[in-house]
Structures are given as C-alpha cells and as structure tokens.
Write a protein that binds this ligand. Sequence first.
Ligand SMILES: Cc1cc2nc3c(=O)[nH]c(=O)nc-3n(C[C@H](O)[C@H](O)[C@H](O)COP(=O)(O)OP(=O)(O)OC[C@H]3O[C@@H](n4cnc5c(N)ncnc54)[C@H](O)[C@@H]3O)c2cc1C
Length: 303
Amino acid sequence: MAESRLKELLKPYPSVLLEEGRDLTKLSTMRLKAIGNLITISSVDDVKLVLPLLKKENIKYRLLGWGANQLLPKESNVPYITLALPFDKNYFSEVREEYDLPASVSLSIMSSHAVKNGLKGWEVFTGIPASLGGAIFMNAGTNLGEICSIVKEVTLVDSNGNLKVEKIDDDSFSYRKNYFVKPGDVIVSAKLIHLGQLPEITNQIKEYLALRNRTQPLKESTCGCIFKNYNKTSEICRAGMFIDIIGLKGFTHKDIQISPKHANFMVNLGDSNLDDIGKTIDIVKKELMLQYGVEFETEVKLE
Ligand SMILES: Cc1cc2nc3c(=O)[nH]c(=O)nc-3n(C[C@H](O)[C@H](O)[C@H](O)COP(=O)(O)OP(=O)(O)OC[C@H]3O[C@@H](n4cnc5c(N)ncnc54)[C@H](O)[C@@H]3O)c2cc1C
C-alpha cells in the first residue's frame, strides 16, 4: 500500500512520532470514541520544522493538550499535534522569581509546587486538568481567578516555523479567551510569575480542591463545564444554575448524562461519540433559549 503523504513528509525526522489511525479515545477527558492521526513532537526545534512542512502541503492540524476541553470527532480529517517537551521536575525544587515552563507541563505538578510553597497567584488554577499551553489558550480559571494574572510572556511557533514572543498585557485575554494565538500557532512555553509566598495559600488550595471534589463529578468522564457563564450587565448568570432550575440535572440522551452533581457538566456513561454529546448540547441550548431567552455559548471546543 502506498505511504500516506503525511508519513512520507515526516519520515526523514525520526524524532517526530507519527501514529496514523490511532485510537484517540483516551486522549480526551470526555473519552469520546475517536480515531485520528497523532503527531507527537518532543522539541521546539521539531515544532519549528514540522509546522512549515505541513503548511507547504496545505495540511491543517489541531493542537491537543490534555484534551480536557475538546470533544474529538469519531474520525478526524486533520492530524492532531501533541507536545511532549522535556521538563525536569527538579526545576520545582526551589521557589523562583519567574518560571520558564514548557507548554506540555501539567497544571497539577505546578499546583503541587504552589501548595508546598504557598505561591500567591497560583491558586487560580486549582483543580483544572490541563497542560500549560491548553490553559493559556483557554485562559483557564476558577472562582479564585484566571491564569492570565500570572502569565508574563508566551512563546509561540507560527505556521512558518518562526518563534514569536508575546508580552502579556491587559488586552491579551478575556474570559476563557486569548487574543494572540493565531490560527496555526503553537504555544511552546511561557514565563510565569507569582505574587509572593503566603502560608494561607496552601490551605486555600487544599480547601478549594475539597470543594471541587464535593460539587463536581471529578471521577467521571467529562470535559468540565459545557457552557460559558453569561455576563449580563455585570451580573454573572451561571449556566449550571440555569440548567438545574429547569430540571435537567440527570437528563440522559443515549450515554450522555447531565451530571446530577453539577448541571454544567455532561458525563459520558459509556461508549458515546461526538454526535451523542452534540445532540445533548443542542437539546440543552434550546431549552435554555426557550426558558430564559438567552443563548449560552459553549466553553468546550467542538471540533
Ligand atoms: C473535570 C474537569 C474540570 C474542569 N474545570 C475547569 C475549570 O475550573 N476552569 C477552566 O477554565 N476549565 C476547566 N476545565 C476545562 C479544561 O481543563 C481547560 O479548558 C484546560 O485549559 C484545557 O487544557 P488542555 O491542555 O486539556 O487543552 P485541550 O483541551 O487539549 O485544548 C484546548 C484548546 O487549546 C488549544 N491548545 C492546546 N494546547 C495548545 C498549544 N500548545 N498551543 C496552541 N493551542 C493549544 C487546543 O487547540 C484547543 O483549542 C475542566 C475540565 C475537566 C475535565
């Protein structure tokens, strides 16, 4: 059988791992049945090399971090790029003024460092499953704040293979949104700060984690909140509360259930796919529109 164009293109670069027709089900936290081509890149130099190769061939691609905010299609027609950049955990053996971290580092290891050292500012991402790159792309946050408040600089590779450094300011982000990652850009690293060391931060993180455990279905297959909260004349309308009030907690379509624990979470109870959750999202959206006249936007990325 003839080699695929993608395989041919990447063959001269053995450090770039291509897995064609790979089962991607376990690469997203929602665990939707999915198959696709996966390119794993382990150095910034390889990112700089691969992106222009794909661009030249007009091959579009998507980034996959922890897959905690993406709903993967049954069969993707574009390859996924995932980063596995080197990181020595000993980097966190001391408190630093500034942290230069690869995009593939997990927020959970950063959180452990914050708990140990009472890093003020780092409590904002408590309990969010994510890679740093995915968290920056999404401006991930909690009731304690958003990650943008501690990001100083982001380094990206554009589709031509050029490195760009983005200095973060007040216009770089808004709620669950960034304004500087252009189509085809890959975030490869970021400089983060903290706002000092405070012993009470350690407890705050632990208590917030315990609260999340009590109120969210963290042991099940979900993608976090489905809908963004709605900001109306400075009053925040919580999507979960609205869904709860109209009695949709526990509603099930095929194997997708609106979590009885938190109405803005949908749980994959079995072998669901993108069509199943897409349909469930549509049903809820229509109900919300009917009952409140409000169009809630999805927070999760439906590819
Ligand atoms: C149980 C649970 C709880 C959650 N709670 C929260 C919460 O409290 N607050 C919150 O904000 N979110 C929450 N989420 C959602 C999710 O954790 C965040 O959106 C997170 O930032 C996603 O990071 P990721 O690495 O999984 O990115 P992915 O889901 O893989 O990707 C998200 C987006 O970022 C892009 N992307 C990823 N990496 C890169 C990169 N290196 N360069 C360029 N683009 C990139 C992707 O293309 C995609 O568009 C929760 C999810 C779950 C499952």
